[in-house]
Design a protein around this ligand. Structure first.
Ligand code: 5RP
Length: 234
Protein backbone atom coordinates (compact mmCIF):
# COMPACT_ATOMS: atom_id res chain seq x y z
CA UNK A 1 0.00 0.00 0.00
CA UNK A 2 1.45 3.42 -0.91
CA UNK A 3 1.87 6.28 1.57
CA UNK A 4 -1.31 8.19 0.69
CA UNK A 5 -3.43 5.05 0.66
CA UNK A 6 -2.05 4.18 4.09
CA UNK A 7 -2.99 7.64 5.41
CA UNK A 8 -6.49 7.25 3.98
CA UNK A 9 -6.82 3.90 5.68
CA UNK A 10 -5.62 5.27 9.03
CA UNK A 11 -8.10 8.16 8.95
CA UNK A 12 -10.92 5.92 7.75
CA UNK A 13 -10.43 3.39 10.51
CA UNK A 14 -9.87 5.94 13.30
CA UNK A 15 -13.22 7.60 12.53
CA UNK A 16 -15.02 4.42 13.63
CA UNK A 17 -14.57 5.55 17.26
CA UNK A 18 -17.57 7.82 16.63
CA UNK A 19 -19.84 4.88 15.83
CA UNK A 20 -21.64 3.18 18.73
CA UNK A 21 -24.20 0.41 19.06
CA UNK A 22 -27.68 1.35 17.92
CA UNK A 23 -26.59 4.24 15.72
CA UNK A 24 -27.93 5.15 12.31
CA UNK A 25 -24.80 5.95 10.33
CA UNK A 26 -24.48 7.90 7.09
CA UNK A 27 -21.88 6.25 4.88
CA UNK A 28 -20.02 8.70 2.66
CA UNK A 29 -18.43 8.16 -0.72
CA UNK A 30 -14.83 7.99 -1.87
CA UNK A 31 -11.48 6.30 -1.47
CA UNK A 32 -10.90 7.46 2.14
CA UNK A 33 -14.28 6.67 3.68
CA UNK A 34 -14.18 3.35 1.87
CA UNK A 35 -11.85 2.26 4.68
CA UNK A 36 -14.43 3.31 7.28
CA UNK A 37 -17.11 1.25 5.54
CA UNK A 38 -14.84 -1.79 5.41
CA UNK A 39 -13.89 -1.41 9.09
CA UNK A 40 -17.54 -1.02 10.15
CA UNK A 41 -18.32 -4.22 8.26
CA UNK A 42 -15.50 -5.95 10.12
CA UNK A 43 -16.77 -4.69 13.48
CA UNK A 44 -20.29 -5.91 12.70
CA UNK A 45 -19.07 -9.35 11.70
CA UNK A 46 -16.31 -9.85 14.28
CA UNK A 47 -17.29 -7.71 17.26
CA UNK A 48 -21.09 -7.75 17.10
CA UNK A 49 -21.46 -4.01 16.45
CA UNK A 50 -25.14 -3.24 15.82
CA UNK A 51 -25.76 -0.34 13.47
CA UNK A 52 -27.67 0.47 10.33
CA UNK A 53 -26.16 2.42 7.45
CA UNK A 54 -27.53 4.97 5.01
CA UNK A 55 -25.30 5.13 1.90
CA UNK A 56 -24.63 8.35 -0.02
CA UNK A 57 -24.10 6.72 -3.42
CA UNK A 58 -24.78 3.57 -5.36
CA UNK A 59 -21.06 2.73 -5.13
CA UNK A 60 -21.11 2.94 -1.33
CA UNK A 61 -24.37 0.98 -1.21
CA UNK A 62 -22.67 -1.81 -3.15
CA UNK A 63 -19.60 -1.83 -0.88
CA UNK A 64 -21.69 -1.69 2.31
CA UNK A 65 -23.75 -4.67 1.18
CA UNK A 66 -20.58 -6.56 0.30
CA UNK A 67 -19.05 -6.04 3.76
CA UNK A 68 -22.30 -6.85 5.57
CA UNK A 69 -23.63 -3.50 6.83
CA UNK A 70 -27.45 -3.58 7.15
CA UNK A 71 -28.88 -0.65 5.20
CA UNK A 72 -32.03 1.41 5.56
CA UNK A 73 -33.58 4.14 3.45
CA UNK A 74 -33.36 7.73 4.64
CA UNK A 75 -37.16 7.89 4.37
CA UNK A 76 -37.40 5.22 7.08
CA UNK A 77 -35.76 7.31 9.81
CA UNK A 78 -36.28 10.74 11.33
CA UNK A 79 -32.58 11.49 11.71
CA UNK A 80 -29.12 9.96 11.52
CA UNK A 81 -26.75 9.95 14.48
CA UNK A 82 -23.62 10.57 12.47
CA UNK A 83 -22.35 10.70 8.91
CA UNK A 84 -18.74 9.88 8.11
CA UNK A 85 -17.55 11.17 4.75
CA UNK A 86 -14.48 12.27 2.84
CA UNK A 87 -13.70 15.71 1.45
CA UNK A 88 -11.69 17.20 -1.38
CA UNK A 89 -10.69 20.25 0.68
CA UNK A 90 -11.18 21.42 4.27
CA UNK A 91 -10.50 25.03 5.27
CA UNK A 92 -9.61 26.44 8.69
CA UNK A 93 -13.29 27.10 9.45
CA UNK A 94 -14.18 23.44 8.76
CA UNK A 95 -15.94 24.35 5.51
CA UNK A 96 -15.54 21.77 2.76
CA UNK A 97 -15.37 21.19 -0.94
CA UNK A 98 -16.95 17.84 -1.81
CA UNK A 99 -18.15 16.15 -4.96
CA UNK A 100 -14.92 14.86 -6.45
CA UNK A 101 -16.70 11.52 -6.61
CA UNK A 102 -19.86 13.10 -8.10
CA UNK A 103 -21.97 12.15 -5.05
CA UNK A 104 -22.44 15.63 -3.58
CA UNK A 105 -26.24 15.79 -3.69
CA UNK A 106 -26.85 12.61 -1.73
CA UNK A 107 -23.91 13.41 0.53
CA UNK A 108 -25.37 16.82 1.37
CA UNK A 109 -28.87 15.45 1.99
CA UNK A 110 -27.48 12.79 4.33
CA UNK A 111 -25.24 15.34 6.10
CA UNK A 112 -28.21 17.66 6.52
CA UNK A 113 -30.17 14.89 8.27
CA UNK A 114 -27.29 13.91 10.58
CA UNK A 115 -26.76 15.06 14.15
CA UNK A 116 -23.02 15.20 13.50
CA UNK A 117 -20.61 15.04 10.58
CA UNK A 118 -17.16 13.47 10.78
CA UNK A 119 -14.80 14.06 7.85
CA UNK A 120 -11.94 11.68 7.09
CA UNK A 121 -8.99 13.04 5.17
CA UNK A 122 -5.29 12.83 4.63
CA UNK A 123 -3.24 15.95 5.26
CA UNK A 124 -3.20 17.00 1.58
CA UNK A 125 -6.86 18.01 1.92
CA UNK A 126 -6.25 20.71 4.55
CA UNK A 127 -6.09 24.17 2.93
CA UNK A 128 -6.08 27.83 3.90
CA UNK A 129 -8.62 28.95 1.29
CA UNK A 130 -10.96 26.67 -0.68
CA UNK A 131 -10.87 26.42 -4.46
CA UNK A 132 -7.62 24.92 -5.71
CA UNK A 133 -9.66 21.74 -6.12
CA UNK A 134 -12.17 22.49 -8.91
CA UNK A 135 -15.54 23.17 -7.28
CA UNK A 136 -18.10 20.52 -8.33
CA UNK A 137 -21.62 21.70 -9.11
CA UNK A 138 -24.38 19.22 -9.99
CA UNK A 139 -26.49 20.58 -12.85
CA UNK A 140 -29.45 19.41 -14.91
CA UNK A 141 -28.68 17.86 -18.31
CA UNK A 142 -31.27 20.24 -19.81
CA UNK A 143 -29.48 23.30 -21.20
CA UNK A 144 -26.35 22.31 -19.28
CA UNK A 145 -24.11 24.47 -21.45
CA UNK A 146 -26.19 27.56 -20.53
CA UNK A 147 -25.86 26.70 -16.84
CA UNK A 148 -22.11 26.28 -17.27
CA UNK A 149 -21.93 29.71 -18.95
CA UNK A 150 -23.85 31.26 -16.04
CA UNK A 151 -21.46 29.65 -13.56
CA UNK A 152 -18.41 30.87 -15.49
CA UNK A 153 -19.83 34.42 -15.52
CA UNK A 154 -20.63 34.36 -11.80
CA UNK A 155 -17.31 32.86 -10.68
CA UNK A 156 -15.21 34.53 -13.37
CA UNK A 157 -13.33 31.32 -14.14
CA UNK A 158 -13.22 28.34 -16.47
CA UNK A 159 -16.00 25.83 -15.88
CA UNK A 160 -15.95 22.39 -17.52
CA UNK A 161 -18.56 19.71 -17.85
CA UNK A 162 -17.02 16.61 -16.23
CA UNK A 163 -16.54 13.98 -18.93
CA UNK A 164 -16.08 10.25 -19.08
CA UNK A 165 -14.54 9.74 -22.51
CA UNK A 166 -16.77 11.52 -25.00
CA UNK A 167 -19.81 11.69 -22.72
CA UNK A 168 -20.70 13.77 -19.68
CA UNK A 169 -20.40 11.95 -16.35
CA UNK A 170 -23.93 11.11 -15.17
CA UNK A 171 -24.56 11.20 -11.42
CA UNK A 172 -26.65 8.71 -9.44
CA UNK A 173 -29.46 11.27 -9.80
CA UNK A 174 -29.22 11.41 -13.61
CA UNK A 175 -27.55 14.84 -13.68
CA UNK A 176 -24.22 16.23 -14.89
CA UNK A 177 -21.28 17.73 -12.96
CA UNK A 178 -19.73 21.11 -13.77
CA UNK A 179 -16.26 21.68 -12.32
CA UNK A 180 -15.42 25.33 -11.63
CA UNK A 181 -11.71 26.14 -11.71
CA UNK A 182 -11.86 29.05 -9.27
CA UNK A 183 -8.39 28.66 -7.82
CA UNK A 184 -7.89 29.19 -4.09
CA UNK A 185 -10.17 32.23 -3.97
CA UNK A 186 -13.30 31.00 -2.15
CA UNK A 187 -12.82 32.96 1.05
CA UNK A 188 -16.53 33.60 1.55
CA UNK A 189 -17.92 30.10 0.95
CA UNK A 190 -21.33 30.84 2.48
CA UNK A 191 -21.83 33.73 0.03
CA UNK A 192 -20.46 31.72 -2.91
CA UNK A 193 -22.77 28.80 -2.14
CA UNK A 194 -25.81 31.10 -1.94
CA UNK A 195 -24.97 32.84 -5.23
CA UNK A 196 -24.41 29.55 -7.10
CA UNK A 197 -27.72 28.14 -5.83
CA UNK A 198 -29.56 31.12 -7.39
CA UNK A 199 -28.71 29.90 -10.91
CA UNK A 200 -31.52 27.94 -12.58
CA UNK A 201 -30.16 24.59 -13.67
CA UNK A 202 -28.01 24.18 -10.57
CA UNK A 203 -29.14 21.22 -8.49
CA UNK A 204 -26.57 21.58 -5.71
CA UNK A 205 -23.03 22.82 -5.12
CA UNK A 206 -20.19 20.96 -3.43
CA UNK A 207 -19.62 23.61 -0.76
CA UNK A 208 -20.49 22.11 2.64
CA UNK A 209 -20.49 25.08 4.99
CA UNK A 210 -21.09 24.88 8.74
CA UNK A 211 -21.79 21.16 8.54
CA UNK A 212 -18.57 19.47 9.61
CA UNK A 213 -18.02 18.88 13.34
CA UNK A 214 -14.80 16.89 13.37
CA UNK A 215 -12.00 16.20 10.90
CA UNK A 216 -9.99 13.03 11.39
CA UNK A 217 -6.82 13.87 9.49
CA UNK A 218 -4.04 11.38 8.88
CA UNK A 219 -0.50 12.79 8.66
CA UNK A 220 2.86 11.11 8.39
CA UNK A 221 3.33 11.97 12.07
CA UNK A 222 0.06 10.25 13.08
CA UNK A 223 -3.70 10.72 13.09
CA UNK A 224 -5.02 14.00 14.47
CA UNK A 225 -8.60 14.74 15.47
CA UNK A 226 -9.64 18.35 14.87
CA UNK A 227 -12.85 19.45 16.57
CA UNK A 228 -14.80 22.39 15.16
CA UNK A 229 -15.10 24.91 18.02
CA UNK A 230 -18.40 26.05 16.51
CA UNK A 231 -19.64 22.52 15.85
CA UNK A 232 -21.92 20.11 17.70
CA UNK A 233 -19.19 17.93 19.25
CA UNK A 234 -17.51 20.44 21.62
C1 5RP B 1 -17.51 12.28 -3.35
C2 5RP B 1 -16.79 13.10 -2.37
C3 5RP B 1 -15.60 12.47 -1.71
O1 5RP B 1 -15.86 12.32 -0.36
C4 5RP B 1 -14.41 13.33 -1.94
O2 5RP B 1 -14.23 13.45 -3.34
C5 5RP B 1 -13.15 12.74 -1.32
O3 5RP B 1 -12.86 11.53 -1.94
P1 5RP B 1 -11.50 10.76 -1.68
O4 5RP B 1 -11.54 10.30 -0.26
O5 5RP B 1 -11.54 9.63 -2.68
O6 5RP B 1 -10.36 11.72 -1.94
O7 5RP B 1 -17.11 14.20 -2.06
O8 5RP B 1 -18.52 13.04 -4.00
Amino acid sequence: MDRVELLKQQAGIEACIYVKNGMKVGLGTGSTVKHTVIELGRKINEEGLEIVGIPTSLATEKLAKKVGIPLIDLAECSHLDVVIDGADEVDGEFNLIKGGGAALVREKIVAQESLSMIVVADERKMVGVLGAFPLPVEITPFAYQSTINQLAKLLDCRVNCRMSGDNPVVTDNGNYIADAHCGPTINQPVYTEAEILKIAGVVQVGLFNNMCDVVVVAKDSGVEVLTNPNGRMV
